[in-house]
Design a binder for this molecule. Sequence first.
Ligand code: CP3
Length: 351
Amino acid sequence: MTSLKNDRLIRAIRKQAIDRTPVWIMRQAGRYLPEYRETRRQAGDFLTLCRTPELACEVTLQPLRRYDLDAAIIFSDILVIPDAMGLGLRMEESVGPVFENPITSGSDIRKLALPDPEDDLGYVMDAVRTTVNSLDGSVPLIGFSGSPWTLAVYMIEGRSKTDFAKILNFAKTRTEDLHQLLEILTLSVAEYLTAKARAGVSALMIFDTWGGLLDTPQYLNLSLRYMQRIVEELSAQVPEIPTILFSKGGGKWLENIADTKCSAIGIDWTVDIGDARQRVGDRVALQGNLDPDSLRLSEDQIEQQVAGILESFGYGSGHIFNLGHGIKPDIDPEKVSVMINAVANYSKRYH
Ligand code: CP3
């Protein structure tokens, strides 16, 4: 790994001394930025943007030109793995992602092939290499994947706007088939994230957007168990790369998540970060957790909320400031500056 000029994120994850709390934003390259919308318009559509390494690099860097961020996250989507497995991803305007061939039966699952990260998903690895080159060590680049459970939700529901009836029914009545699907996704995600680490990312994050749909036994069995296997595989293959696990709605399972030996836990805004810190102790770092809708408030109110989160976490390293979920497309980019400046100004006193 090239040495980083700004390594606050990595130091915070390792709980080493830093001058202030690092900050980045989930979905920081996205539709709230006019320059993103312009590049996407030039590309023609979202998937072309993902599949063209120079354009994916360009939109990855756009938020860093505007804001003093402590990390970049590679521009891509969690649904590129199911697409590479043959499900046929389309992004429909005002509908979101849709699969042409969703999973409807056990035989669909048994037909799925394990994608080769450097071949079937080579465009992602090329985007990582191009971006790492352009960043030239200025900040760490984060690589990511969906969790096996969250990918399975989309593969069975077939679209993002959904009531989850199909997947919850599948989980009840076709449990063996579902485990087969989670098994192949676990192998794919582990290989994919290992390849991203080898292509040059400095940290890896797993988005378990739908873990919070499950009750506790199901969460442990269908979501966390498979993420744990991925964490174990990554610590064997690329031990120097830290891992961040984010289960939205996962506040009640922080102790279990820390047991996976991941490096950091992403928390949503429904959790008090000070309580979370008490519960996980020194075992992991924490990432989060401003309510994404707080960016609609006045400047003063945003500053107060940022200060409140920093105070609740308290003194010392081990906190990466972020939103509790992705930034929404209708947020004013000026409000993002207010949040980032507030983190820089208010966090110094805690270090
Ligand atoms: O964080 C970043 O800046 C990196 C880029 C990134 C995107 N998707 C780009 C994107 C990341 C990390 C993701 C992850 C992702 N994708 C998740 C997990 C995180 C989360 O938000 O829970 C999920 C569930 C997806 C699936 C997905 N992709 C959905 C549901 C949508 C539609 C969203 C919508 O509001 O229409 C997408 C499309 C998508 N992925 C966009 C972007 C910038 C918008 C597409 C566009 O430009 O029209």
